[in-house]
Write a new protein. Structure first.
Length: 434
C-alpha cells in the first residue's frame, strides 16, 4: 500500500488513529453494558466517556508498547492516563484482546466494503452508459484472438456490466457475512462477561453478535470476504485486458484517453500506451495475492493462536486500499474511453467477408448438402481468403458446387450484418431490464 495507489477515505479506515478510536468505542460501550448489568459502577462507565473527544497519542501508545510488547495493553494504559487510573480500573472487564481486535477488524472491513460498494455503483453506471451509447456499434468478436463473428461494442460493455453486477452482489454478501463482533472473553465461553455485553457492543458498532466464537471470530468469514475481493480484481483485469487489446496499434478499436501534455514514452515521442489498464492488471494481482493467505488463516490451533494476525494486519489495508483505487481508476478509463467505430468496421472487413462462413455453412445444410460436404465447400473457399487474399463472397459465387445448392441472391443475403445484431435488444433487456 503506497500513496501512488491509495485514496484518502479508504486509507483513513486503516490509520492508527481510526483503529484506536474504534478500540475505545468498543471498550466504552462494553463498560456501559457492564454498568447496566450492575457489574461495574455507573460512574466508572460514565468516566470512560471523558476521552470521547480526545485524540489518542499514537506515539505514546507505541512508546508503551515498546515496553509491554502488547498493543491492547499499551492502549489501555494510555486510556488510563487520560481518564485516570481509578476511573479506568473496570475497563476491559472480563474481556480478552481478541474481543477488541477482531471486532475492530470487522468494523474496518465493513466500512471498507461500503466504500467498495459505492465504487462499484459508479463503475456500473459508467459501463451501462457506454453500453447503450454503443449498443449498435458493430465490431468483430474474437475467439482464441482470431476473428470469429460480428458482435457489438455495446454487448462488450454489457457483458462487463453483468459481470460487475454479479460481483457487487458477491461483495454485498461478503460485507454482510463479515459484519459480526465478539465480546465473549477468553476461549469464547462468556465465563467472565455476560452475553448481553456482546449484544450491546455489536448493536452500537453496527454488527451482529457472532453466534459462536472461540477466542477469535471464525476466519472462514474473512476467507470468503477476501475471496470476493479477489474475484472483483479478476473481473477488473478481464476488462483491462480487453481494452489493452483494443489499443494495440494494429487493432486500434479503442484507446485510453490521452490528455493534453501527456507523454507516452521517454524515448519515443509518438507513443500512446495503455498504461492505466496495464496498471490495473498489476493491481489485480496484488489483490488476488491476499486470497490464499486468507484461506490459510481459517485453520487456527484450538481456540486461538495468532498466526492469522500478521497476515491480516497486511492484507486488510492493502487489498481494500488497492481495490478501491483500482475500481476508481477503471471507472475513469471506461468513462473516457475513446472508441473508434470506423476502425472496428475496417477490422471486421479485413478478411473480406470471411466472418460470415457459419451462415453459409448452415444455409448449405438447410439446402440439403451434408454437413461434412458443406464444411468442406465453405472451408475450401475460406482458405483462399486466408492464403491468397481473395474475396469470400466472390469465391462462393464462383464455386459451382456452392451455387448448385444456393442461388446468388441467397449467397448475397448471408453477408447481411443485421443478422448478427438482431437479438441485441433481447440481450440488453436481460442485462439491464426492460
Amino acid at each position: 500500500m503506497i500513496p501512488r495507489y491509495s485514496r484518502p477515505d479508504m486509507v483513513a479506515i486503516w490509520s492508527p488513529e481510526t483503529k484506536f478510536r474504534i478500540w475505545y468505542e468498543i471498550e466504552a460501550h462494553a463498560c456501559d453494558a457492564q454498568a447496566e448489568l450492575g457489574v461495574i459502577p455507573k460512574e466508572n462507565a460514565a468516566a470512560v466517556w471523558k476521552a470521547k473527544d480526545v485524540d489518542f497519542n499514537v506515539a505514546r501508545i507505541d512508546e508503551i508498547e515498546a515496553v509491554t510488547k502488547h498493543d491492547v495493553i499499551a492502549f489501555l494504559t494510555h486510556l488510563a492516563e487520560i481518564i485516570g487510573n481509578d476511573e479506568a480500573r473496570f475497563v476491559h472487564q472480563g474481556m480478552t484482546s481478541s474481543d477488541v481486535l477482531d471486532t475492530t477488524f470487522n468494523v474496518q472491513l465493513v466500512r471498507a466494503a461500503d466504500i467498495l460498494l459505492a465504487d462499484m455503483d459508479k463503475l456500473l453506471e459508467a459501463l451501462k452508459r457506454r453500453a447503450f451509447e454503443h449498443k449498435d456499434t458493430v465490431r468483430i468478436g474474437r475467439s482464441h484472438g482470431i476473428h470469429a463473428e460480428p458482435t457489438t461494442m455495446g454487448l462488450t460493455f454489457a457483458r462487463f456490466y453483468a459481470e460487475m453486477d454479479r460481483n457487487r452482489t458477491r461483495l454485498q454478501v461478503a460485507r454482510d457475512e463479515i459484519a459480526t463482533g465478539a465480546i465473549s472473553g477468553a476461549v469464547g465461553t462468556f465465563a467472565n462477561i455476560d452475553p448481553a455485553v456482546e449484544e450491546h457492543v455489536c448493536a452500537k458498532m453496527g454488527l451482529k453478535p457472532e453466534p459462536i466464537s472461540t477466542q477469535v471470530i471464525p476466519r472462514d468469514r474473512h476467507a470468503a470476504f477476501f475471496a470476493a475481493l479477489g474475484v472483483v480484481a479478476s473481473s477488473i483485469e478481464n476488462v483491462a485486458i480487453e481494452i489493452r487489446h483494443m489499443q494495440r496499434t494494429e487493432v486500434l478499436e479503442a484507446e485510453e484517453f490521452f490528455s493534453k501534455g501527456q507523454k507516452g514514452s521517454s524515448a519515443m515521442p509518438h507513443k500512446r500506451n495503455p498504461v492505466l489498464t496495464e496498471n490495473l492488471t498489476g493491481l489485480a494481482r496484488l489483490v488476488r495475492m491476499a486470497v490464499v493467505p486468507a484461506m490459510e488463516n481459517v485453520a487456527l490451533w484450538h481456540e486461538r493462536d495468532i498466526s492469522h494476525s500478521s497476515v491480516e494486519r497486511n492484507i486488510g489495508p492493502d487489498t481494500t486500499v488497492t481495490l478501491d483505487f483500482a475500481l476508481s481508476r477503471l471507472t475513469t478509463v471506461i468513462d473516457k474511453l475513446v472508441v473508434y467505430p470506423d476502425n472496428m468496421l475496417a477490422n471486421m472487413n479485413k478478411f473480406r467477408g470471411l466472418v460470415m462462413s457459419q451462415r453459409v455453412l448452415l444455409a448449405l445444410t438447410q439446402a440439403g448438402v451434408s454437413r461434412e460436404d458443406a464444411y468442406r465447400l465453405v472451408q475450401r473457399n475460406a482458405m483462399k481468403v486466408w492464403e491468397e487474399g481473395k474475396d469470400f463472397k466472390t469465391e462462393l459465387l464462383g464455386d459451382a458446387e456452392v451455387t448448385a445448392a444456393l442461388s446468388p441472391a441467397e449467397i448475397e443475403e448471408k453477408f447481411d450484418l443485421g443478422y448478427h445484431t438482431k437479438h441485441v435488444d433481447t440481450i440488453f433487456s436481460r442485462v439491464f431490464g426492460s
